[in-house]
Design a protein around this ligand. Structure first.
Ligand code: BV8
Length: 230
């Protein structure tokens, strides 16, 4: 009854057509992180930030989960042990692919948050800066996204899951952003077998016991079939 904990990053959504952050044509090539993914950037120019997420929300609605998302959902359904997915992604491709036990540690495009009273509600497809909070009425609506310098969600729960993992897997993440990039070290301390799925070793690739190099739609699908056959 092996417990499997899976961390995913932008690379698992790449083959669905969502650009990653750090590819040449990626999201950070088009925008400065400081301007669109920090609370300071939001305070400075809320319209720019809200529109950055409006564009990504629209794009996420246009694309579909790929074979890697579906393979993880099949693993959760058919594996005899617990399977937990922790995603850094803000798209909803894991949900649409069928994954149930899922944590969006960096928030999600489908959520809106009141910067004044912390109320959360489903985000409209198009948010505008200054939209009123449906609960307190303050003109303080923001995307429910964890920006740089903000605390990722559910960290205590995630630490518990990682401490119980028999297998820890990272799929399509460059290992640049903490605390997510530190999860593999936590998993190793807990005695888990660690596997990295990527096109190339990540910034923390040397901490993984095993590497599966190639596009996630192929490598993850093959690995899930192996796990379910044992
Ligand atoms: C926090 C939401 C503290 C926004 C995101 C100095 C040293 C260490 C840390 C820091 C430091 N200075 C500041 C920090 C902290 C900072 C950080 O780590 N900065 C880095 C840049 C140095 N971290 C934070 O601020 C975090 N918060 O630390 O809080 C705190 C403590 C107490 C109290 C309060 C606060 C919050 C970080 C969250 C930021 N939000 N996302 C949005 O989406 O717009 S980060 C964003 O980039 C993603 O969510 C993701 O986490 C991150 C990295 O992206 P990846 O998913 O890895 O994507 P990337 O493009 O980089 O890589 C894609 C990979 O896929 C590649 O490896 C590629 O090879 C591979 N790939 C591509 N195609 C495929 C593929 N693999 C397989 N198949 C394919 N087909």
């Amino acid at each position: 009854m092996r417990k499997i904990v899976i961390l995913t990053g932008a690379g698992i959504s790449a083959e669905s057509g969502i650009e990653t952050f750090r590819a040449e044509d990626g999201l950070w090539a088009q925008h400065r992180v400081e301007d669109v993914a920090t609370p300071e950037g939001f305070m400075r120019d809320p319209e720019l930030v809200v529109n950055f997420y409006n564009a990504r929300r629209a794009q996420a609605a246009e694309v579909a989960p790929n074979a890697a998302h579906h393979a993880l959902a099949q693993l959760e359904t058919e594996h005899d042990g617990e399977v937990v997915v922790i995603t850094q992604n803000v798209d909803d491709l894991h949900e649409r692919g069928g994954t149930k036990a899922l944590y969006h540690m960096h928030g999600h495009l489908k959520g809106a948050l009141c910067a004044s009273c912390d109320h959360r509600w489903p985000a409209p497809m198009v948010m505008a800066a200054g939209d009123p909070c449906p609960s307190c009425g303050a003109p303080a609506a923001r995307p429910d996204i964890v920006w740089f310098g903000e605390m990722p969600y559910d960290m205590d729960t995630l630490a518990d899951h990682i401490s119980q993992a028999d297998i820890f897997v990272a799929i399509g993440t460059s290992g640049n952003v903490y605390p997510a990039a530190g999860f593999v070290a936590e998993a190793r301390r807990a005695g888990a077998h660690t596997i990295e799925f990527n096109l190339e070793p990540s910034a923390v690739g040397n901490q993984f016991a095993e590497h599966r190099i190639g596009p996630a739609s192929e490598t993850v699908t093959a690995w899930v079939a192996e796990v379910l056959a044992t």
